[in-house]
Design a protein around this ligand. Structure first.
Ligand SMILES: [Zn+2]
Length: 320
């Protein structure tokens, strides 16, 4: 299951979900609402960073500008920032170094199910273990949204990614359709330009600023998957993917076909190739991932791709 339910049922609102769940669900709902309501605060700070950067013309070697706020001291900073309108010069600390790996579904959500009893929620967990090893072999940190049979919410999973700095996000699915033995990468379809009068980027549109980088990342991974798994597309596809929409990082969904194989081994033997393609895709994408220092504690700026002069020019689609 990959599609954004909001796109399929555009009139569906959170409120329609809540009354049916009991007190416990109400508490969860309340917590999620707090999360959603508080999230735009991060983007407000990030947007001010974008505006600061955009108002300056910087040569590629210049230190990018930073938001000026005592409340935005980065987590790892040993001392307060002395220059309120400049990012620190240690931009090398802000390279891509982390992959947030999301085995989709879990818990009561089994995902797609095959006739042979194959459950998507179980298979993606085993794929994730192999992908993790391949990424770590490349020197990358890996953060998983779940390690066992839990089912974090979409927002919980995005929140894990959004709290990282220098991260990309990869969600793993097994499809119920498609030619068995192939794999596809999806990036989120275009999101409407945020129109909040305050300049906030809603949590709901956190992916907005990363669409260009996500596509570049997705194409890198898809190209490698196509080499390994014949019949796979050569470039990333676009779809309304709920999980990607709220993620403020270059983010892709990798969907492997399919749960309909007769034997589980037919899927299992794809895992090493998928892991290798993702790990090498991250490494290939790494030079494109040049971001300013995250302006808020533990947050990667959703405007990170905007206003930053990358060494080889603005990444494709990085600006609106
Ligand atoms: Zn799925």
């Amino acid at each position: 299951m990959l599609l954004d339910v909001r796109k399929v049922y555009p009139n569906l609102s959170r409120r329609q979900f809540s009354p049916a769940f009991g007190r416990l669900a109400s508490r969860v709902f309340f917590g999620a609402t707090l999360l959603v309501l508080s999230a735009p605060l991060y983007w407000q700070i990030a947007l001010s960073a974008r505006n600061t950067v955009a108002s300056q013309t910087l040569p590629p070697s210049a230190t990018p500008a930073a938001p000026g706020s005592s409340a935005t001291t980065p987590q790892s900073a040993p001392a307060p920032r002395p220059a309120p309108n400049n990012f620190p010069s240690n931009i090398q600390n802000n390279v891509l170094n982390t992959v947030v790996l999301d085995p989709a579904h879990g818990g009561t959500d089994l995902g797609a199910r095959g006739t042979a009893g194959i459950r998507e929620s179980e298979v993606v967990l085993e794929f994730a273990a192999q992908i993790r090893r391949a990424l770590e072999a490349q020197g990358l940190n890996v953060v998983q949204t779940r390690l066992g049979d839990e089912n974090p919410s979409f927002d919980d999973r995005s929140a894990i990614a959004n709290a990282q700095r220098g991260a990309v996000f990869v969600t793993i699915h097994i499809s119920s359709t498609g030619l068995p033995g192939t794999a596809r990468v999806y990036v989120n379809s275009d999101l409407p330009t945020p129109t909040e009068p305050s300049g906030l980027i809603p949590w709901d549109q956190a992916q907005f600023s990363f669409l260009g980088l996500s596509r570049k990342f997705g194409d890198a991974v898809q190209g490698l998957l196509a080499q390994r798994f014949k019949g796979s597309p050569n470039t990333a596809q676009t779809a309304a993917v709920r999980q990607l929409r709220t993620t403020a990082a270059p983010a892709i969904a990798v969907e492997i076909s399919s749960v309909t194989v007769e034997k589980r081994e037919d899927l299992d033997r794809m895992a090493s190739g998928v892991a290798d393609a993702i790990a090498r895709g991250v490494v290939a994408f790494k030079p494109s991932y040049v971001v300013p220092v995250a302006p808020a504690l533990g947050q990667t700026s959703p405007m990170a791709s905007v206003g930053t002069p990358p060494p080889n020019g603005i990444p494709k689609g990085a600006t609106r």
